[in-house]
Write a protein of this length. Sequence first.
Length: 139
Amino acid sequence: MPRNCAKLQYCDVSRALFILAYLGTSYIGNLPTEEIPRNVIVSDFANVHLYDRETHGEPLCFKLEDIAHHIDSFLFMAGYKYTIAQKLEKIDRLAAEKMANPHDAMKAAEYGGKELEMYLVRLVFCLFAEDTSLFVQCG
């Protein structure tokens, strides 16, 4: 099993899953930095809780019988890496879709390559900055 994964002991009482997760993360805190896993899996053979220690979000909780619906969440066990960007996948897709028309129009006008890519990235930044009130209004 890769170093970015830890498997904790199992128990037969579902409500103890949260206690096991707490105990497991307490134990993990005593490991050398290079051995600290990103993910913690706790199960009682009926329920599964997957904790991502980097995002500190709510655990992924589901019935063991539904594991096929959540298999992508366990790809780290096969050595695949993921980032917080996965949680932003929908936002990224929407931004890409909105930038497709300007991209295609500019490319049709023979504006392309690195210059086009840089322009579109800057445009997305400006749109983000405007939405977050990063720019101060004058006037």
